[in-house]
Each structure stands twice: as C-alpha cells, then as structure tokens.
Design a protein around this ligand. Structure first.
Ligand SMILES: NC(=O)c1ccc[n+]([C@@H]2O[C@H](COP(=O)([O-])OP(=O)(O)OC[C@H]3O[C@@H](n4cnc5c(N)ncnc54)[C@H](O)[C@@H]3O)[C@@H](O)[C@H]2O)c1
Length: 297
C-alpha cells in the first residue's frame, strides 16, 4: 500500500461500493447517496438488490408526497445510486462489506476485492461481531481493512464504530473516522474486542429477555411492553425482529465463542429454533411477531 496521507474521501472524487443489499447494506448505501457520493449497491442475489431498490424508491416517493423532499432531489439521488453484481463490481475508492455474518464468506469476498481494488482503495467491514484482525488475515495488504460498523436503521442511527484490527493502518482508521463525520455520523474509535463496544454492552438486553420468556416468567409481549414503558425505544423482541433474528443470533454465538463460553453470552435455544425455522423477523414476514407484508426497516 502507498503513502497514506492521500486518504480522504470527497464526493467529487470518490465513489463507494456497498456489497450486500440486505437490511444494512441498503441503508448504508442510502446514507452515502444522500451525502453526495456515487454509490454502487451490489449483492449476490439479484432479488435482494431489486427488493432494496424497490423499497428505497417507494420510501422516496412517500417522502416526496409528504413534502419532505423535492422531486429534483429524488432525481439527483436516483442518479447517484447504481447497482451491480459481484462480477461487475467497479474499481472504487472504498468498498463496504455488509454481507452475511459468516467469516468464510467475508474472507472470500475480501480476497476477491483485494484482487479488484486499486492500490489505495480501502476495504471496510460492517461486521457486528467478527474480529477485524481475523478477516484481514488472508489479505496481502491487511493494513487497508478496517471496521466501519453502522447501526440499524443506518439512515437514522448516528453512531458508527470504527474498528482497528491488529494490522489496520492508523491513517486508514482515521480517514474512515473523518468520512463518518463528513456523512453526518458520530463515529467512535473502538478496539477489536468481542462485540466491539455496543454489541457487548447490549447483549444482556436480548439474552436475559429470551431467558425470561423461555422460563415462562413473562410473555415476549409483556417484556417488550414493560421495557418500552421504562423508556427503551423498542423492546428486545421487536428490536430483534428489526435487526434480524438470524443476525442477532450470530452475534450472540460469536460473543459466546470469543469469550470462551461465558454464561451471560450463552445463545438462547428459543432463538435458535426461530433461526432454524427461517423466522428471521421483519425481513421474512415472521419473527417473534408477524409482519404482513415482509418489510425492510
Ligand atoms: N441487522 C443489523 O441490525 C445489523 C447491524 C449492524 C451490523 N450488521 C452486520 O451487517 C452485515 C449484514 O447484515 P444484514 O442484517 O444486512 O444481513 P441481511 O441478511 O439482511 O443481508 C445480507 C445480504 O448479503 C447478501 N450476500 C450474502 N453473501 C454474499 C456475497 N458473498 N456477496 C454478495 N452478497 C452476499 C445476501 O444475499 C443478503 O442480501 C452482517 O455482518 C451483520 O452482522 C447488522
């Protein structure tokens, strides 16, 4: 990798590719488009890209009708959001990976991106829980991989965790930090520890609530109502449905493993059953609650 002093991202000179057009990728692409960046949204599944684009267009239409944005703005944004497949990914300055939370899939993608990307391009991962250090292990230039962890829904949540792995170049982390500020987010630098900061702190919100329901101390609706009445924006079950029950389960499993079986991070069997049944929350139309039709957040 060359000198790192050239690392800054300006919308006039920098294009972004977001790989993974699911819950997070679609939201992250939206953030960059609104901030002025030409953005490519890519997914292995054509249906996923189409679904993301349809949901995005429908939301913009609704916002235009409500007078929140003008049709000129919509036309500008639409011109900036492009789609592609993994085979037609272009060379851009920043690749943000938001695919399935599986280390093998992510590593394989980064190996491919390294082949494709120009010398100074940065590779970022939106992983919730996988070690950035390990994801960079097979790269020839692990210093260019960094965590850029958005929260759900990406458009609304200001926090972005910027995670440096063992090999991440400090200038790479710094440039991502500045970029996050530039797009209107509130970034924090965090260490590459299990769950980083937020997912570690938040874990008992889910695991304890799942235990309460498994033990039949209260119903999931009661738990949600109680916590929402005490000031939480969303109860744990509604929140898991928004996040994706499968994604939330992967994060808990990963923390449990990385903390060497720490009991407070033990994944729930109730949640495992939901995952096995394909009841992944809003995106599948059924999770802890039913959604008709299935909806992106
Ligand atoms: N859901 C959340 O609340 C949340 C929050 C922060 C971070 N994350 C992280 O973001 C990432 C994505 O999560 P999500 O909730 O958007 O998942 P999701 O299941 O909604 O979407 C994942 C998408 O990746 C695509 N995909 C899978 N393998 C691919 C590949 N090899 N190449 C291209 N596309 C591929 C799938 O087709 C799917 O559309 C995960 O790492 C997750 O841990 C999720």
């Amino acid at each position: 990798m060359n000198e790192r002093s050239d690392l800054h991202f300006h919308p006039d000179t920098c294009q972004i590719a977001v790989i993974g057009a699911g819950t997070m990728g679609a939201g992250i692409a939206d953030v960059f488009v609104r901030a002025g960046y030409t953005t490519y949204l890519c997914d292995a599944s054509e249906a996923a890209v189409n679904h993301a684009m349809e949901a995005w267009t429908a939301r913009l239409k609704k916002d235009t009708e409500r007078g929140k944005i003008t049709s000129e703005t919509v036309a500008e944004w639409e011109a900036r959001l492009l789609t592609c497949t993994p085979d037609t990914l272009p060379q851009v300055q920043l690749y943000i990976e938001a695919i399935v939370e599986r280390p093998d899939a992510k590593q394989q993608l980064f190996d491919r991106l390294e082949e494709l990307a120009g010398g100074n391009a940065i590779l970022a991962t939106n992983t919730s829980s996988l070690p950035v250090t390990a994801l960079a292990r097979t790269l020839r230039h692990p210093e260019r991989l960094v965590g850029m962890h958005f929260f759900n829904p990406a458009l609304l949540m200001p926090l972005v965790e910027v995670i440096s792995g063992e090999a991440t170049h400090p200038d790479v982390a710094q440039s991502i930090f500045k970029l996050a500020q530039h797009i209107g987010k509130r970034p924090v630098m965090v260490r590459d520890e299990p769950g980083f900061l937020v997912n570690r702190v938040a874990r008992p919100y889910y695991t304890e609530s799942l235990l309460v329901v498994e033990e039949q101390t209260a119903s999931l609706e009661q738990v949600d109502r109680l916590l929402e009445s005490r000031g939480f924006r969303m109860g744990p079950f509604r929140l898991m449905d928004l996040i994706g029950v499968d994604v939330n389960f992967s994060v808990t499993s990963s923390l449990h493993e990385r903390f060497y079986g720490e009991p407070r991070f033990r994944p729930s069997r109730l949640q495992a059953r939901k995952v096995a049944a394909g009841q992944h929350g809003r995106k599948t139309g059924l999770g802890f609650y039913r959604y008709d039709p299935p909806s992106a957040p």
